[in-house]
Design a protein around this ligand. Structure first.
Ligand SMILES: *[C@@H]1O[C@H](CO)[C@@H](O)[C@H](O)[C@H]1NC(C)=O
Length: 289
């Protein structure tokens, strides 16, 4: 009994982790939908500082939607960020004609074997769609200091999505960036300008309708995924129970086998019943009371 219970627990943990995966395309912030997938790529920011007798180059590589691909084999492994880094910081020292030396490299977000995910935070006032939000993620611990990244996204429709983020500061292991892009605007916001001629008053209700649609879709897909996950749990737990406790094999592993064998007939029966009611027909021997 004990090992089977542990299996249940492991299974549940892994399933819930899988269903909570960070998805740039379907972000919900204060109940509004956002899509950052236009920014899903490795972005590289480089800057040089004069530090006599050398030049210190700092490079940040980041992807807000997934772990970065990084430099790959073009850079020696010791000079690369660990696997599963989402934001990588590397510092290179240049000294005249001498060979360059990478003096620092580490994950400011993500890192090896981390199941960390970005967290989205926003301040909201009432029902307003947030125009700004923070993308926060932990990185690696260095000398007991937890490195982390905080990207402040600002909705800006005058910019393009290939706009680069700006490094605000890196202090005590915390990297702060600011990123002004249209992708940081709530969905259902972009159509407003084109509706033009009806003027300000008519814009508002249309805007609200758009919101309802978005949250409605969110609600149904949430209910559906709950049902789906519930069914998977039921099925897998039933299988495990039959295997470990009942010691069943083969087809008998299927939970409630008798019921599922009957199920197609039950569905047919039921739909026949509904059809009879809807069409007003009553069949022979019995009637619905
Ligand atoms: C930084 O300085 C190095 C050495 O002078 C140079 O090779 C590199 O291109 C510079 N990078 C930038 C972004 O200016």
């Amino acid at each position: 009994m004990k090992p089977s219970l542990r299996t249940f627990a492991l299974l549940m943990a892994s399933l819930s982790a899988a269903s909570a995966a960070f998805d740039c395309k379907t972000l919900k912030i204060a109940g509004h939908a956002y899509d950052l997938s236009a920014l899903a790529r490795d972005v590289t920011l480089v800057s040089n500082a004069t530090t006599p007798p050398t030049i210190t180059g700092t490079k940040y590589t980041l992807n807000p939607c997934s772990a970065i691909k990084g430099d790959g084999d073009s850079v020696p492994e010791i000079d690369r960020c660990p696997a599963d880094s989402w934001v990588c910081r590397s510092v290179t020292n240049y000294k005249g004609k001498e060979a360059n030396r990478v003096t620092e490299v580490n994950a400011v977000a993500g890192g090896p074997k981390s199941d960390r995910e970005p967290k989205i935070e926003a301040k909201t006032s009432g029902d307003d769609k947030p125009k700004e939000f923070h993308w926060k993620m932990q990185g690696i611990s260095v000398d007991k200091v937890e490195w982390k990244t905080d990207i402040k996204f600002i909705c800006d429709k005058d910019k393009k999505n290939d706009e680069l983020p700006v490094v605000k500061k890196f202090e005590d292991g915390e990297l702060e960036l600011e990123w002004r892009v249209p992708a940081a605007c709530a969905l259902g916001d972009s159509g407003d300008g084109n509706k033009g001629s009806d003027g300000e008053k008519d814009k508002k209700p249309e805007d609200d309708k758009g919101d309802d649609k978005v949250s409605g879709r969110g609600f149904f897909s949430t209910v559906f995924s709950f049902l789906f996950v519930g069914f998977v749990f039921y099925f897998v737990l039933g299988l495990l129970y039959n295997f470990f406790v009942v010691h069943a094999t083969g087809l008998d592993l299927v939970p409630n086998l008798a019921f599922w064998r009957e199920f197609p007939y039950l569905v047919m029966d039921f739909s026949q019943h509904i059809w009879d009611i809807v069409s007003g027909r009553r069949r022979g021997g019995y009637s619905v009371v």
